[in-house]
Design a protein around this ligand. Structure first.
Ligand code: MN
Length: 266
């Protein structure tokens, strides 16, 4: 560790080497590890993540564990970079490799939502305007993103970190208390916006979480282009529910294409 890194770690910088805790679960299905690597690359390809952001998968052999890359750009992740964590965000087999500071958001969402098997965290700028301007909500305007208005609410919930961390935080989910607060704002929704930061998206599988991430970003882009033109027609709650049900059977189609496009190792 160089001097600057040591200083960053001492004040709680954006990444750190953390001591391992516990013993590893039985080995995860290799096909799922390959899917997690592919998810990292697909999300990078579609601009959901860049050098920052991350995607996790609940462990298939132990629901109290999840799999997440070590601290690195998602587009460069390989199977060897995947680390196992417990739901408190403690690494099991990092072996000194630096881990993401915001790993707590993954663990706390997996803890709060037994139905969730994959979590994506994004800083995509297309999503940021929603949650910054009073009265402007992220709502579905396109059938591919009907899920944004399904699950019992017609817009995406917003996490305001000032409610938990006060007016001078760095906006990052840097501990389990903030992770739990974020999970509380997410509730039963598929997506939660994070004011001034980005968004976190979930799914009952990795393909579903990736599909929602890609189409949330695209819906935001369409809506940003429509808003200056005049009054926007959003999907009705009924349309949101119906399109979500229809698209549910089509997600593999997108997943197979995306894996072929960008999912293989460089
Ligand atoms: Mn973040």
């Amino acid at each position: 560790m160089c001097g600057a890194e040591r200083e960053a770690a001492s004040r709680g910088g954006a990444s750190a080497s953390v001591e391992d805790r516990g013993t590893p679960a039985p080995a995860a299905d290799p096909a799922l590890l390959d899917d997690l690597v592919a998810a990292n690359r697909i999300l990078a390809h579609y601009g959901v993540v860049d050098a920052f952001g991350h995607v996790s998968l609940r462990h298939d052999k132990d629901p109290g564990r999840f799999l997440l890359s070590r601290n690195m750009a998602p587009g460069l992740v390989t199977r060897e970079d995947i680390v196992e964590f417990d739901l408190e965000g403690a690494p099991v087999d990092a072996r000194g490799r630096r881990v993401y500071l915001e790993r707590f958001l993954h663990g706390q969402i997996f803890k709060a939502r037994p139905d969730v098997r994959a979590v994506v965290h994004s800083h995509a700028p297309d999503l940021l305007p929603f949650g910054l301007v009073e009265g402007v909500e992220l709502r579905p305007v396109w059938h591919m993103a009907g899920f944004l208005g399904a699950f019992g609410r017609d817009s995406v919930p917003l996490f305001e970190i000032r409610d938990s961390a006060g007016p001078a935080s760095d906006l990052l989910i840097r501990d389990n208390a903030l992770g739990a607060a974020l999970a509380g704002s997410l509730g039963a929704a598929p997506v939660v916006l994070m004011r001034g930061h980005g968004a976190t998206l979930v799914g009952e599988s990795l393909p579903v979480a990736v599909f929602r991430s890609v189409y949330t970003k695209m819906n935001a882009d369409v809506l940003l282009r429509a808003l200056p033109l005049g009054a926007v027609t959003y999907l009705t709650p009924g349309e949101a529910e119906a399109t979500t049900e229809t698209n549910g059977s089509q997600i593999r189609r997108a997943w197979e294409l995306w894996k072929r496009e960008v999912g293989s190792a460089p």
